[in-house]
Design a binder for this molecule. Structure first.
Ligand code: NDP
Length: 251
């Protein structure tokens, strides 16, 4: 098989991964955070786990991109920059802002995330660095402009929502009901923001590779948002009944 055929297979593989993830996380709450429980093998520091499992999304992504033939295209570098803005924060800043001192995560979760991030790095860096084609005119293409706007809107929502949870955790022990802004309508605006980021990426790159990651993110986070909503309702009797899980007024 040629590298291009390998890449196509990987993109298909990521759609399959998304389908398996959707079924798995709909049946079983991934055992980290509030669903952390014994029976999932050895554990490690949750903070270190975040850094290790997200590192391929920065480092392997960069290596694949730099080995490709598209490093002479400015727009490929712009897309590379978008990706890295998100993942440098997620990997090396966000874990150190979380109030999770002493918390653990199963090594299995970290290992599975590494496998996914390796696949995803090949799919997306392979696309923008090797097989895609983004001439200078892409900068004024409506798909790039709309996608980039969605990307940054999602990033603003995701960071605001995560910061709100971090502040809530620091303000008191344990879990509390988040209030204000988008939390008025949904339980998980951080997941909503994350999904908008990768939908924006899919539009800005106008690629099957980008779409595969957006679909995977929805498959992974929508069931978890629904589980969070059930958990909030069971844990807090006065939890607002009309607050949705992920999309205001819809889901
Ligand atoms: P959660 O919303 O479950 O938790 C985020 C942090 O806030 C955790 O430290 C959690 O503590 C704390 N927290 C959550 N709810 C409350 C509350 N009600 N009161 C006090 N503290 C609270 O998010 P995840 O950990 O699942 O995800 C973190 C980030 O990573 C998000 O931005 C998400 O979008 C992103 N992500 C992206 C994925 C993708 O597929 N692209 C996959 C998974 C995550 P604790 O850990 O103790 O529960």
């Amino acid at each position: 098989m040629s590298p291009g055929e390998w890449h196509q297979q990987a993109v298909i593989g990521e759609f399959v991964f998304a389908a398996i993830t959707l079924v798995a996380v709909s049946l079983i709450n991934a055992p980290y955070g509030r669903y952390q429980r014994p029976g999932w093998g050895p554990t490690m520091s949750a903070r270190l786990g975040w850094v290790i499992m997200e590192s391929p999304a920065v480092l392997v992504f960069a290596a694949i991109f730099l080995l490709g033939a598209r490093t002479d295209q400015i727009m490929a570098w712009v897309l590379f920059g978008l990706w890295q803005i998100h993942y440098l924060n997620r990997t090396f800043v966000f874990p150190f802002r979380l109030a999770i001192r002493g918390k653990q995560v199963p090594v299995l979760i970290v290992a599975m995330a590494i496998v996914f991030n390796l696949l995803n790095a090949w799919v997306n860096a392979g696309w923008i660095g090797w097989f895609g084609d983004y001439p200078d005119q892409w900068v004024t293409d409506p798909r790039f402009l709309l996608g980039t706007m969605l990307f940054f809107l999602g990033m603003a929502i995701n960071r605001w929502a995560d910061s709100k949870l971090i502040a809530l955790r620091r303000a008191g022990d344990g879990y509390q009901v988040p209030q204000g802004g988008l939390y008025h309508w949904v339980c998980c605006p951080n997941y909503l923001g994350e999904i908008l980021i990768w939908l924006g990426w899919a539009v800005a790159t106008w690629s099957w590779a980008g779409l595969a990651f957006a679909v995977y993110t929805i498959a992974n986070l929508a069931p978890r948002a629904l589980a969070h909503r059930r958990w909030y309702r069971e844990t807090f009797p006065d939890f607002p009944a009309d607050r949705k899980a992920l999309i205001p007024h819809v889901l």
